[in-house]
Design a protein around this ligand. Structure first.
Ligand code: GDP
Length: 472
């Protein structure tokens, strides 16, 4: 119905076109993007999809210059485990946060506001690990302005150091290197600088473009200088926001508190959030009952780059979800309802187990490291050849593991194994037994059939590169 009115044709015409395309639809049916594209094409239209968020961003970009004011940078600390991320943030918090009279620093809220020695503000996100960073990004939050990469000087540039740098670079987020633990007798900062140069991260001292600072998260040495370098980076970015409009921003974390209801930490990115505002965050909404700053003090308003704890939402939105203030309660409620409906539909469509098509999505949220495969074939030779070629597709990012291989029909036990280990089944010139086929359908196990080894290898390779064309 919506589509028909947008194209200015009758609903019947749309429905009969759908039928001729093999889609049986009703007047109120929600169509997926692919279907909409095909149908509109039949009527000679091209579609362009925009989300509410995108519309909001466009609106933001069109903000006249005179409305903009400088805002504090939002910073994430990343690095290899045990290199001192937590210690660094703790040190910064303990020395730079002026604990308010209302109880001081009590709880972990996921984001903090600090004032540096030079009197400038920096907001820190406490989302340890680049997984959190990437997961947030996958949900559309462009939250981090600058990343501090911590490397321990008594260790080396480690796999997670490289990953963290890589994630920041892919996101286009500038990096400041903190060479930590220089108080240790075994510290060797030059080894770190060398290790970094090997991955094309040349620090300024060595003629490169990356700022770095030797620090000790234990004694505090170098930390003021590190923060000044972060501020320098922020200056180059020329970060600005309009502090006087309706607030928008991102959810840092949210949970259900027994006494207080749903509690959400949010980062205001633009505008001014106020008690009494109606906030829409993903599929949740509510009127702001109360707000607290990162020290637990009650606040009435929060401006750009300020983290706040908020009471009043009707649920716990996911971390990385965007929020915006709505004009009316009704508008917020309707959008929230529409989004929960979409979420429900999506979750029905989401597969329980891995499929080749799924790989791209899992890669995007950074949770995918190993593709498990079961290979079944008609003769020994083809099973061996196929398994060897698939194994060779392994990259540093994704390992291919052949968890089982065998000759003959795909059996129920093959499917059960695939289900238990979240594997796909690659079948070469063999088919599943009737029972195995039904089980695979129930368990949502993907069985890929091939009669040419080359095709199988190509499909898996393309999927691992995140470029598999949908199966036709
Ligand atoms: P994270 O896993 O990166 O968050 O690392 P942590 O902050 O938990 O630090 C790991 C260990 O290194 C802890 O035992 C810290 O006390 C220690 N550590 C962190 N920074 C320093 C430092 O600058 N000097 C020394 N000597 N130890 C440190």
């Amino acid at each position: 119905n919506d589509l028909a009115s947008m194209m200015n044709v009758s609903v019947n015409e749309v429905i009969s076109t759908c039928l001729s395309l093999g889609m049986f639809v009703s007047i109120n049916q929600r169509l997926d993007a692919e279907a909409i594209t095909v149908i509109t094409d039949e009527f000679g239209y091209a579609v362009q999809f925009t989300s509410a968020e995108e519309e909001l961003e466009v609106e933001q970009e069109n903000e006249p210059e005179e409305n903009l004011e400088p805002r504090a940078p939002i910073v994430t600390i990343m690095g290899h485990v045990d290199h001192g991320k937590t210690s660094l943030l703790d040190y910064i918090r303990n020395t730079k946060v002026t604990a308010s009279e209302a109880g001081g620093i009590t709880q972990h809220i996921g984001a903090y506001d600090v004032t540096t020695k030079s009197g400038n503000k920096i907001a820190f996100l406490d989302t340890p690990g680049h997984e959190a960073f990437t997961a947030m990004r996958a949900r559309g939050a462009k939250l981090t302005d600058i990343a501090i990469i911590v490397v321990a000087a008594d260790d080396d540039v480690m796999p997670q150091t490289k990953e963290a740098i890589n994630h920041a670079q892919v996101a286009g987020v500038p990096i400041v290197i903190a060479i930590n633990k220089i108080d240790k007798p075994t510290a060797n900062p030059d080894r770190i600088r060398e290790g970094l140069s090997k991955i094309n991260v040349l620090v300024e001292e060595w003629g490169g473009k990356y700022q770095s600072q030797e620090i000790s998260a234990k004694s505090g040495k170098g930390i003021d200088d590190l923060l000044e370098k972060v501020l320098l980076e922020a200056e180059i970015l020329n970060l600005k926001a309009n502090p006087n409009r309706h607030a928008t921003g991102s959810i840092i974390e949210a949970s259900l508190d027994k006494g207080r209801g749903y509690v959400a930490t949010l980062m205001v990115q633009t505008g001014k959030l106020q008690v009494g505002d109606i906030v829409l965050a993903g599929a949740n909404y509510g009127r702001v009952k109360a707000m607290f700053d990162d020290t637990g003090k009650k606040v009435a308003t929060a401006g750009p780059s300020t983290p706040v704890v908020l009471l009043g939402l009707d649920g716990a939105p996911q971390a990385g979800e965007k929020f915006s203030v709505m004009e009316t309660d009704r508008e917020a409620r309707e959008l929230a309802a529409k989004r929960s409906q979409l979420l429900r539909e999506q979750s029905i469509r989401t597969k329980k187990h891995i499929t080749l098509d799924e790989i791209g999505r899992r890669l995007a949220i950074g949770s995918f490291k190993q593709l498990n495969v079961i290979v079944k074939g008609d003769v020994d030779g083809s099973v061996e050849a196929l398994s060897d070629s698939l194994l060779k597709l392994s990259t540093p990012e994704i390992q291919v593991a052949i968890i089982h291989r065998g000759v003959g029909q795909i059996s129920e036990s093959d499917v059960l194994l695939a289900s238990a280990s979240d594997a796909i089944i690659v079948a070469f010139q063999v088919r599943p037994s009737g029972a195995a086929k039904r089980l695979a359908e129930n368990e949502e196990i993907e069985i890929r059939h091939y009669s040419i080894i080359y095709d199988a290898i190509n499909d898996v390779k393309a999927a691992m590169e995140g470029m598999l064309a949908p199966e036709t």
